[in-house]
Design a protein around this ligand. Structure first.
Ligand code: UAG
Ligand code: ATP
Ligand code: API
Ligand code: MG
Length: 489
């Protein structure tokens, strides 16, 4: 294997075949290339000696890593490859190493809506008879299922997965491109047919620091990762997504614009909400269409349309794609009707964990609620602290009653996280224990009311410290309804 000309080689040529690639020294086996990457806490080069002891036969690193190795006086017969951008070289190396990828791969980015769009796209493909998967936050779903620990896996895991999918006959894959994944070049070795952009709002500033840097990371999908024969599908209601369309157009890529803006090529022109979802009217290249979607929330219609645009952009016939829309099923933990009280009041579980998505989810429910809208919400620990009061504000502004509780505290003090959320939520009630908060919310429900449990969606555990305790919002909602309606409490 040769990494392209943006890398320099030090030491002797590689002797013998490589047997694998690892980014973590603890995963190295004899014959491996060890990618010693710059980290947020430590440089991977600090683990090179250990990796070599475990049998690594080559090391890939950057200039900083090389300096460290020279300062340490690393004495090895193994070649050291120094790349300008070691993460990019790793992505390309992993792509070459694993080789096979499904024929048609689409990536979707944006602060919210990635999992939803990827899932809808997979459903559209499956409806058209394709062997398809979506993968990201909820693992690999569709024709094949697998667990995943990242929304966008790092390159070695990603390319091992793509080769596995291709080997199992999967021809179509819809993947999520997280901003961390784009910034760290995790998907730069993936051969993409199309890329989508939902919208950008505040999140992950603990990592990106500024909204500009966050937007720049997302735009990388369009300025760098998509090949020139790919299509960009962007929601032009959002200014940054619209900018992605311009970036793509400037590079000569095909562009399909979507959104409520009448100028969009695939434009959402009207919505009628009903009990089970919404009838949408839309135009594509000037021709009008309608579809009855079994999905709650205007934003879900926007996601469905973006998914349709991506299917078209990746080569499907538009009319056949639109015929699939009525069959779309909801996404686990996204506006999921988890339980209904005997008096008819619904309890929804939604993965809204940013200020914008809390506001969007509450706004989406409003037309369906004649009485009071109640929300149970909290913010995760070890994540952007600046979003906490903004989430509290979105909760009290969008709901009639807000209960502030714990999400995943991780290594932080949960009381301090709640205090930060409460600072933006005057009039809200604080209930630390999430199960109790859900029970209290369910207990308040009158016949015309509705409850939204926001933040954890499909998650089945609560991360407290370094432990993951079993916890499932939908299950807790059902338990609370059963206990209250059958007189169990
Ligand atoms: C903040 C972030 O993205 N971190 C990623 C980064 O790790 P890091 O910079 O913190 O690494 P570090 O601990 O400083 O270590 C530096 C290097 O030394 C290596 N190491 C470390 C210890 C050791 O014993 N041996 C060893 O070789 C590490 O593998 C790493 O390559 O590089 C690692 C290897 O590529 C990633 O696994 C790791 O993801 C961590 C686990 C993570 O939690 N990432 C999250 C925030 C993330 O990526 N989330 C997005 C979703 C976001 C969304 O909601 O949209 C995702 O795509 O999942
Ligand atoms: N198009 C959209 N516009 C605004 N909010 C949305 C949109 N789509 C989804 N949401 C909100 O964001 C939440 C998360 O949706 P989804 O899981 O599809 O996003 P995601 O981008 O994959 O999130 P993550 O970054 O955590 O993986 C939903 O539960 C909903 O509240
Ligand atoms: N991918 C997001 C998920 C957040 C989910 C929420 N439940 C939390 O723990 O903050 C993140 O890692 O920031
Ligand atoms: Mg996701």
């Amino acid at each position: 294997m040769r990494l392209r000309d943006d890398a320099a080689f030090f030491g002797p040529d590689l002797v013998g075949p490589l047997t694998g690639i690892a980014v973590d020294s603890r995963d190295v086996k004899p014959g491996f290339l060890f990618a010693a990457l710059p980290g947020s806490k430590i440089h991977g080069a600090e683990f090179a000696t250990y990796a070599l002891r475990m049998g690594a036969v080559a090391v890939l690193t950057d200039a900083e890593g090389m300096r460290y190795l020279m300062d340490e006086g690393l004495d090895t017969a193994a070649p050291v490859i120094v790349a300008k951008d070691a993460r990019l070289s790793l992505a390309r190396a992993a792509s070459v190493w694993y080789g096979a990828q499904p024929e048609t791969i689409v990536a979707v980015t944006g602060t919210n809506g990635k999992t939803s769009v990827a899932t809808f796209l997979r459903q559209i493909w499956q409806g058209l008879g394709r062997r398809a998967v979506n993968f990201g936050t909820t693992g690999v779903e569709g024709s094949i299922t697998r667990p995943l620990s990242h929304t966008t896996p790092e390159p070695v895991t990603l390319h091992a997965l793509l080769a596995d999918l291709a080997g199992n006959g999967v021809t179509h894959a819809a993947m999520e491109a997280s901003s961390h994944g784009l910034d760290q070049r995790r998907l730069d070795g993936v051969r993409l047919a199309a890329g989508g952009f939902t919208h950008l709002s505040r999140d992950h500033l603990d990592y990106h620091e500024t909204m500009e840097a966050y937007a720049e990371a997302k735009l990388g999908l369009f300025s760098r990762v998509l090949p020139e024969d790919a299509t960009a599908v962007v929601n032009i209601d959002d200014p940054i997504a619209a900018k992605a369309g311009v970036v793509a157009q400037d590079r000569g890529l095909g562009v399909i614009s979507t959104g409520r803006n009448p100028a969009a090529m695939l434009a959402l022109t009207g919505t009628e909400f009903h009990d089970k979802g919404q009838v949408i009217h839309f135009t594509y290249r000037g021709v009008t269409h309608s579809a009855d979607l079994a999905l709650i929330g205007g934003f879900q219609a926007e996601n469905a349309l973006l998914a349709a645009g991506l299917a078209i952009g990746a080569g499907e016939d538009a009319e056949e794609v639109f015929a699939q829309l009525e069959g779309l099923g909801g996404v686990r933990g996204r506006m999921e009707l988890a339980a209904t009280r005997q008096n008819g009041a619904p309890v929804y579980v939604d993965y809204s964990h940013t200020p914008d998505s809390v506001a969007t989810a509450l706004k989406a429910l409003r037309p369906h609620v004649a009485g009071r809208l109640i929300v149970v919400v909290g913010a995760g620990g070890d994540r952007d602290p600046g979003k906490r009061p903004m989430m509290g504000k979105a909760a009290v502004e969008g709901a009639d009653i807000a209960i502030i509780t714990d999400d995943n505290p991780r290594t932080e003090d949960p009381a301090l996280i709640r205090a930060a959320v409460m600072a933006g939520a005057p009039g809200a009630t604080e209930v630390g224990d999430r199960a109790e908060a859900i029970l209290r919310g369910v207990d308040m429900l009158g016949p015309e009311d509705a409850l939204l449990i926001a933040g954890k969606g499909h998650e089945t555990g609560q991360i407290v410290g370094s432990e993951i305790l079993p916890f499932d919002d939908a299950e807790q909602a059902r338990a609370a309804v059963t206990a209250l309606d059958r007189g169990g409490l």
